[in-house]
Design a protein around this ligand. Sequence first.
Ligand SMILES: [Zn+2]
Length: 102
Amino acid sequence: MVDPSEAARILAGLRKIRRLICPECGTEFEGKGRRRFCCRACARRYNSREYYRRRRERLLAEGGKQSRAGYWQEYYRRNREKILARRRARRQQAKAPSESGE
Ligand SMILES: [Zn+2]
């Protein structure tokens, strides 16, 4: 025999358990409370992906016009002298042995 308060407690316990589908891997599981994922690995994977997605969106919103090519163009413009000097030095190094040999 089950007394009323015991029955209420069982019902309350049952109500908390929901059939959920993991948004990460699609596995059906019994979710309690605020749980959303079937396992920790899924939660971690989902959250880190969301984090990077939001970060990328924010970066795009901030500097959407500056593409990767634009970044290197800007880099080249700023360090043009340094880059050219390095290139010249490398060319001379490559040439030096044959020049001394003649
Ligand atoms: Zn999962």
